[in-house]
Each structure stands twice: as structure tokens, then as C-alpha cells.
Design a protein around this ligand. Sequence first.
Ligand SMILES: Nc1ncnc2c1ncn2[C@@H]1O[C@H](COP(=O)(O)OP(=O)(O)OP(=O)(O)O)[C@@H](O)[C@H]1O
Ligand SMILES: [Mg+2]
Length: 340
Amino acid sequence: MNILAIESSCDETACAIVKDGIECLSNVVASSKDFHEKTGGVVPEVAARKQMEFIVPVLNEVLQGDRSGKNIDAIAVTTGPGLAGSLLVGIYAAKTLSFMWNKPIVPVNHLVGHIYANFIKKIDMNEIQPFLPEFPAVALLVSGGHTDLIYIKNHGEYVYLGGTLDDAAGEAFDKTARLLGISKYLGGVLLSKKASECENNLLKGRLPRPMINEDNYDFSFSGLKTAVKRMVEMENPPVDTVACEFENAVVDVLVYKTMRAVNKYNARTLLLGGGVSANNQLRNRILLESKKRGISCFIPPVSLCTDNAVYIGSAAFFNYTEKNIDEINANPSLGIMDKF
Ligand SMILES: Nc1ncnc2c1ncn2[C@@H]1O[C@H](COP(=O)(O)OP(=O)(O)OP(=O)(O)O)[C@@H](O)[C@H]1O
Ligand SMILES: [Mg+2]
């Protein structure tokens, strides 16, 4: 089954064609990120206008000029969470194609999508790992707006274990990068690069590991950001050392609580998803811990960690919920457990 997937929840306009939920046949992403750098954050109106500008060229490129839809069996579209104006552009493109081509339309929760980046066939497959993730699994979703731990019994059977009570991990990276003068917008990658320049972390253990010892699966990162601010004001340490200690603190908590969930729920598989799963330290440490426990660990390639439509096509295939065109609506505040 070939699914044409459309993702437009924020500042990426993305379309992909995915075969049987696992094979990426075509993948195009346009981003309006550069326009938001100037303002230090996404202006929803600007993001929506850019979605309108990009959607037709991106669709045209992914379809390679074939506008008949003859090779497409269904259309998947992100319905939330995200910015209303941005979501609507993708949703109306999907509804129009569904109507014109008389093909089914499948709504997808963007957060569930992030996790399904792990079901896409990798080009250089690790032969030791089984190709498709097996259940039960524990998934750690770490993105710009969300940090959630989920127990997955099977496709579509999700149990929410916990999540952030305030800032998401990506948000904490971005706000701290700004505070340290590293970058005004989406500074996670640059903060991590700066952290890697630190050869000797003289601040080791000086920042808190929030909620690490609490007997739950929740997180809190806003206090960490404040602790960085106070440390900088009082001591003015080298930026690379603070960045290193900050990254260590976030990764310590994420890894510790995730592995506790893996143990408690006897997961066979650990799945990582969302933009922060591009973080090298998180990837390495999660892999190492999974190896120690003898479970398989899936981490998306860096290109599939941030927003794209490939994982939307995969999530649609494995959680197939066909809807009438009239039932498809934008839901900006959809949570990971919410049904459509
Ligand atoms: N190497 C990295 N280290 C740390 N953070 C990173 C890295 N790469 C990307 N990020 C962070 O990932 C986030 C973007 O991820 P993503 O695109 O999944 O978020 P989003 O789509 O904006 O949010 P959501 O999916 O929750 O709606 C940003 O906060 C960015 O700083
Ligand atoms: Mg996202």
C-alpha cells in the first residue's frame, strides 16, 4: 500500500510517499526556519503563510509531476498537535486530493508519528537487530514541544507513563542555548556542539537532575534552565563547560527514567523519537543501556528525527483509521493519547 503523507504542523512543509509503512519511496521537506530566526521564535501567521507558499511545489516534487494519484492508495495527514494555521494548510491539501482522487484519508497524530520514524527501513540495516520493532516497547518522545514516556503494547495500544510537567527537553535546550548566547532560535544542535568542545567538565554534578529520584515517569526541565541562569550570573563559567553540564543533566534524567520504565514494563524494545533524539549523547547512552539489558533499541536516522512526512506515512499504515473528509479537523492541542 502506497500512502501519500502530508505534514504541516509547524514550520516544515513535508510530503512523502511510504510503501507498506516501512519503505520511503519519496521524501521532500521545505522549511521556513530561516524566517523565524529573525524573530527568535515561530510567528504563527508567518509559518502559515509559508505553508501556503510551499505546499503545492512540495507536493509536485514528491509526486514527480504525476498528478493522477494512480499510484497512491491513501492519503495521510497530520491533524495535530501544532499551529492551527499551519495544520489547516496540510489538512485542506489532503482533503482536496482525497476528494479529487477518490482515495481514503487517514488522520495522524504528529507525536505518534515521531515514534514511527523507527519503522522506516534503514539503508544500512544492522543485521543483529530484528528489522521491525517488536512489542511490548517503551518509547521516549523528546521533541521541541513534548517529552513523554509511553508503554506500547501493540500498534494503537498506548499507555501514557509520564511526561514533562513544564518545559519539553527540546524547549529546555533551545531556551538554554539562548540564555548562553549560543543561538536565538532552535539552539539545541549548537548547544550540543558547544558541549562537545568541553574537555574537562569542572562543573560536574553542579546542576540538578530534576525528579530523577521520584518514583514516577515525569520530568521537569524549567528549573534546570533557571539553575543555569543563576550559575552564569554568579560565576560566569566558560560557555562550553555549562553547555556540557546542562546536556549531561538532561540526558542523565532522560536515560535513567526511560530505563526504569523499560525494566518495570519488561519491554523487549526501546524506541526513541522527536528532534532531541538527534542528540549524540542521548543516542549513545540509550544504546549502551539497552545493550546492557539485552533489549533492542531503535533510534531514527538524524534526518527523520525532526519533522517530516515519512513517519506520518508509517504511522498511518500501522494505525490505519480511515475517516470521512468532514471528520478530518485540525486539533492544535492533541496529546499523545488523544483519539481523533
Ligand atoms: N542534537 C540535538 N541536541 C539537542 N536538541 C536537539 C538536537 N537536534 C534537534 N534538537 C531539538 O529538537 C527540537 C525540534 O524537534 P521537533 O522538530 O521534533 O520538535 P517540534 O516538531 O517543534 O515539536 P513537537 O514535535 O513536540 O510538536 C528543537 O527543540 C531542537 O533544538
Ligand atoms: Mg515534531
